[in-house]
Design a protein around this ligand. Structure first.
Ligand SMILES: Nc1ncnc2c1ncn2[C@@H]1O[C@H](COP(=O)(O)OP(=O)(O)OP(=O)(O)O)[C@@H](O)[C@H]1O
Length: 216
């Protein structure tokens, strides 16, 4: 997918405008960090962007969107549900194909979670649940990653290794991040949100953490 233009993005709750109207031009290869204080509108903006680029994106929402009763395998497999027939998906629910088992296993290996392949999502820790949502996005393998605080429940080394992985696997990404150092280290462009508007839009290389702190 080449770059895309998003314009007229707005969102309101109970008549109160929380986003926009705003426009964002995303260049192919952009790795954008959305930063800003809690309540600024980052999650809402990720949701709005997802509505526009839906099928071309891999989404990691803040609430992760896992199905608790299903195994880790099946939650990851959901990343490609819309690419298979109903027949294929139904058979997979009962007896996954070996090709898919192998592919999901390899992804989980890179996230240190192979031993949980058949564990129901309900029995996982917060960090494990987050890694399942990450694996689902990787399995979907769409051209654009949209992620909302994707490593907030991971320890430092794991967070860094997952951010490296996401940076290498997705050519274009928009990631909401509270951690300013992660944003500067793993993203090429920083978009700061303040009161539902873009208050900062700069290449990461032009910024220091202190420049971003004015948004908080
Ligand atoms: N479902 C909802 N109903 C009512 N208000 C909402 C809803 N979702 C978000 N809001 C409001 O919209 C504003 C932006 O919220 P949003 O979750 O997008 O912020 P955020 O920057 O992602 O915050 P955080 O960093 O805490 O996740 C907030 O004032 C929030 O209270």
């Amino acid at each position: 997918m080449s770059g895309f233009d998003l314009s007229g993005l707005t969102a309101s709750f109970s008549g109160k405008r929380v986003i926009g109207p705003l426009s964002l031009h995303v260049n192919p290869g952009d790795k954008i960090a959305l930063v800003g204080k809690s309540g600024a509108g980052k999650s809402t903006l990720i949701r709005l962007i997802h509505e526009r680029v839906n099928r071309n994106s891999s989404l990691i929402p803040q609430d992760l969107g896992l199905v608790n009763a299903l195994s880790v395998f099946h939650n990851v497999f959901m990343g490609q549900l819309d690419r298979h027939s109903t027949w294929y998906n139904t058979v997979t629910l009962a007896r996954p194909f070996s090709k898919d088992r192998a592919e999901v296993h390899t992804l989980l290996q890179s996230l240190g979670m192979t031993e949980k392949l058949w564990t129901p999502a309900a029995s996982l820790s917060g960090g494990q649940r987050q890694r399942v949502a990450i694996a689902r996005a990787l399995y979907r393998n769409a051209p654009v990653l949209l992620a909302d605080e994707p490593v907030s429940a991971l320890d430092g080394p794991m967070a860094n290794s997952v951010m490296t992985y996401l940076r290498d696997r997705f050519s274009t990404s928009i990631i909401a991040l509270h951690d300013v150092e992660l944003a500067l280290n793993y993203c090429t462009r920083i978009v700061g949100i303040y009161d539902g508007q873009i208050a900062l839009d700069q290449p990461s290389e032009n910024l220091a953490a202190s420049d971003i702190m004015s948004l908080y």
